[in-house]
Design a binder for this molecule. Structure first.
Ligand code: NAD
Ligand code: UFG
Length: 326
């Protein structure tokens, strides 16, 4: 069976994808520096799959260490999740974001090239569409987003497009939420969370007195922002399909991973409340800088070329996220 190296394996999406690939029989070498995750996740992966991964606590910017790992493990392909992902933090610490995400990816690619490994799946983001009009397909115009985090994703995409003899699946995620059905894996960022679902969970758990909705004066049907939420398990399946794709095909391809369905912040709150029979306290606050009103995907290309279709609805996403939090 193929051996796949996963960077950011202890993170939210990396851990779910790792479990799926182990269950499909792939051998996994995992790397993480635990900047936004913990060692417990590696134990959870073993608990769920009853399979061990070869794990290295390492930073993708450490070229020497990466060389040792590639020399020893000889992976066939890399799924590259490792990165910093907070928009707000990136505005405060732009150099940290450019260094970690852009320099880190260049370092990783150089080591891959040195060892003749030229197959990669990269975690990009729908943020690269932020100056176009939704819904977005893969041909929609992309441009540099306004914040440094988004710029790192845009820049890395541009770098990867220049690697002509590589096989790359560039996956643009929309809004991943939910958790593994076992409840043993979930979104568990260290420090103050950035995204909406962790804030909903913390409010439901009483860790936060109330949730702030960032603006209700957007040009949407209820005034709050609309996003394309996708279950992390559907997202992880998208990676296994993309892996089949790059192992069998040549060149670089972009794929949206979303459901194509838009849900507003208020709708998500109501669905979470109804599904989990819980009341959430919330207040309307000012708009958050940099938010777009509406962001959702067109997913025909992923469905046709990857033979992938998301299966889980928003109720299941809310239920699994809450069950894993309890
Ligand atoms: P996450 O923070 O849960 O996981 C990222 C993992 O990478 C963490 O475990 C972290 O410790 C590790 N990491 C960070 N920098 C590293 C480094 N230099 N060396 C080694 N390990 C490092 O985030 P996630 O939600 O799982 O996201 C995974 C990827 O998907 C990221 O690149 C993110 O930008 C991208 N993405 C996420 C979302 C989202 O909403 N979650 C949306 C679009 C794109
Ligand atoms: N929101 C609130 N209150 C909160 C947190 C978020 O109202 O406490 C709102 C935001 O204003 C936004 C929506 O909930 O309207 C979703 O916000 P998230 O931060 O969860 O997600 P974003 O759409 O801003 O960004 C996410 C990822 C990015 C990725 C983008 C792609 O965090 O990495 O999706 O669409 F680029």
């Amino acid at each position: 069976m193929f051996k796949i190296l996963i960077t950011g394996v202890a993170g939210f999406i990396g851990s779910h994808t790792c479990v799926r690939l182990l269950n499909l029989g792939f051998d996994i070498v995992g790397i993480d520096n635990f900047h936004n995750s913990s060692h417990e996740v590696i134990n959870s992966i073993l608990k769920i799959t009853n399979r061990k991964i070869v794990f290295y606590e390492a930073d993708i910017r450490n070229s020497k260490k990466l060389c040792e790992i590639f020399k020893k493990e000889k992976p066939e392909a890399v799924i590259h999740f490792a990165g910093l992902k907070s928009v707000a933090e990136s505005v405060e610490k732009p150099l940290e974001y450019y260094d970690n995400n852009v320099s880190g990816t260049i370092c990783l690619c150089r080591v891959m090239e040195k060892f003749g490994i030229k197959k990669m799946i990269f975690s990009s983001s729908a943020t690269v569409y932020e100056n176009s009009n939704p819904p977005f397909d893969e041909e929609s115009q992309v441009s540099a987003p306004k914040n440094p985090y988004g710029k790192t994703k845009f820049t890395i995409e541009q770098i990867l497009f220049d690697l002509k003899d590589w096989d790359i699946a560039l996956l643009r995620y929309f809004n991943p939420i939910g958790a593994h059905e076992s409840g043993d894996l979930k979104e568990s960022p260290l420090g103050i969370p950035n995204n909406l679902m962790p804030h909903i969970i913390n409010t439901a758990l009483g860790k936060m007195p109330f949730l702030t909705i960032f603006g209700n004066d957007y040009p949407t049907f209820d005034g709050t922002c609309v996003r394309d939420y996708i279950h992390v398990e559907d997202l992880s399946e998208g990676h296994s399909k993309a892996l089949d794709f790059i192992l069998n095909k040549k060149g670089i391809e972009v794929f949206n991973l979303g459901t194509g369905i838009g849900t507003s912040v208020l709708e998500l709150i109501k669905i979470f409340e109804k599904t989990n029979k819980i009341k959430l306290k919330y207040k309307i606050g000012p708009r958050r800088l940099g938010d777009v009103a509406v962001c959702y995907a067109l997913t025909e290309k992923s469905q046709n070329k990857l033979n992938w279709k998301p299966r889980f609805d928003i109720e299941k996403m809310c239920r699994d996220a809450w069950d894993a939090a309890l």
